[in-house]
Design a protein around this ligand. Structure first.
Ligand SMILES: [Zn+2]
Length: 135
């Protein structure tokens, strides 16, 4: 994992081997507000993956055909490259306009960290917010 500092001082982590993305709980909280940690614990399926922040077993949640792995302790979210791309494609197919199309084009040419914190990152966090608020 490589730590990447975000403009607001938060940090996110990109796995250079699999292109998976770890979104720290602080970033998730800041973006979507209060996170229903107890409901993540109840609704999720325990994974072998552990939170890089606190070592808690991540819980898999399914939302619109995408699996996201959420830490029920700190609300950090793990997205592997395939799940991340599925979210971005769904956003584009909902007709979110030119910028969404550009985000998908970026996915095709390899994930760009600038997008992780910009337009595409916003899509990802909105999707995660939808998933968690629907628990
Ligand atoms: Zn955690």
């Amino acid at each position: 994992m490589r730590a990447v500092a975000l403009p607001d001082g938060a940090t996110e982590y990109l796995c250079l081997q699999c292109e998976g993305l770890w979104l720290p709980g602080r970033l998730v909280h800041a973006s979507i507000g209060a996170t229903p940690l107890e409901r993540i614990r109840v609704a999720g399926t325990p994974r072998d993956l552990r939170c890089p922040n606190d070592g808690t077993a991540l819980q898999a949640l399914h939302h619109h055909g995408v699996e996201i792995d959420v830490c029920p302790h700190c609300a950090g979210v793990w997205l592997d490259a395939g799940e991340r791309d599925k979210i971005l494609r769904q956003r584009a197919s909902r007709g979110s306009g030119q910028r969404a199309t550009e985000a998908v084009a970026d996915v095709g040419s390899g994930f760009d960290l600038v997008d992780a914190v910009g337009e595409a990152g916003t899509f990802l966090l909105e999707f995660i917010g939808d998933a968690l608020s629907g628990l």
